[in-house]
Design a protein around this ligand. Structure first.
Ligand SMILES: Nc1ncnc2c1ncn2[C@@H]1O[C@H](COP(=O)(O)OP(=O)(O)OP(=O)(O)O)[C@@H](O)[C@H]1O
Ligand SMILES: [Mg+2]
Length: 237
């Protein structure tokens, strides 16, 4: 990979149009992220964190501005091309886990792989390995209703990484978990960042969660107000 940043956002504006009222959720946001960085996005409720993550993850388009992911301009892609980026390049982890209740853990993890054309046996093998990486090999045949919240989120992380994404987007991944399970999920994301070089962008309300990231982007009212290195966890206060 070249030295140019892996993810570049330039003058990003997102306006939600509505019949009666419009709302500008992102106003001229610019930043860049290097491959292998773990970045937290913080700011008050409604400041635009999820909106930004949706645009970075090819789930939504900017109104104006540029988004360059691994050398490709997302803002110029067709709907079909964006769907391929979502399927192959971006792993998503959501606050509410978003597992399918009628599928087992291993089937949930294998689903995006089979949807992308990988044969079922190979997809199941890779899904089993991903579950092993998140410490859930023994739960592979459990349904979501038979898993704890922390375990469900670890299955969701396995699903996100099993596609071998360029980028993992995590929107409040600990928002539905108690602090112990939340810490385990954050440690797991941090491990995947360090050992596999995964680039992670994580929205969070929590300063404790943001401390796991190397850098924090702070949003306020749709504007980027601060971008700085996160203090190491063991730094003196
Ligand atoms: N589809 C939409 N149509 C109109 N306005 C929207 C839409 N989606 C989000 N918004 C508005 O855009 C703003 C930013 O929303 P967003 O979900 O990005 O905030 P957030 O920072 O993720 O908040 P939270 O911390 O509560 O998750 C909010 O004021 C919200 O009401
Ligand atoms: Mg949000």
């Amino acid at each position: 990979m070249s030295d140019s940043p892996f993810l570049v956002v330039s003058h990003l504006v997102k306006h939600y149009a509505d019949d009666r009222v419009g709302y500008t959720a992102l106003r001229d946001v610019s930043f860049s992220i290097q491959a292998g960085e773990f970045v937290a996005v913080r700011g008050p409720s409604g400041c635009g964190k999820s909106t930004l993550l949706h645009v970075l993850g090819a789930m939504d388009r900017p109104t104006t501005g540029e988004v360059l992911l691994a050398g490709r301009r997302l803002d110029r892609l067709s709907d079909v091309e964006l769907a391929v980026v979502r399927r192959r390049q971006v792993g998503f982890v959501f606050q509410a886990f978003n597992l399918l209740p009628t599928l087992t853990a291993v089937e949930n993890v294998a689903l995006p792989l089979t949807l992308d054309g990988i044969a079922v046996a190979a997809a199941n093998k890779r899904a089993g390995e991903a579950l092993g990486e998140v410490g859930l090999a023994a739960r592979r045949d459990h349904y979501p209703s038979q898993l704890s919240g922390g375990e469900m989120q670890r299955v969701a992380i396995a699903r996100a990484v099993a596609i071998r994404p360029d980028l993992v987007i995590a929107d409040e991944p600990t928002g539905s978990l108690d602090s112990g399970n939340g810490t385990r999920v954050l440690e797991l994301l941090s491990d995947l960042n360090r050992t596999r070089g995964l680039t992670i962008v994580m929205a969070t309300h929590s300063a404790d969660a943001a401390a796991f990231a190397e850098r924090t982007l702070q949003l306020a009212d749709g504007c980027l107000v601060e971008s700085n290195e996160t203090q190491p966890l063991d730094a003196p206060v």
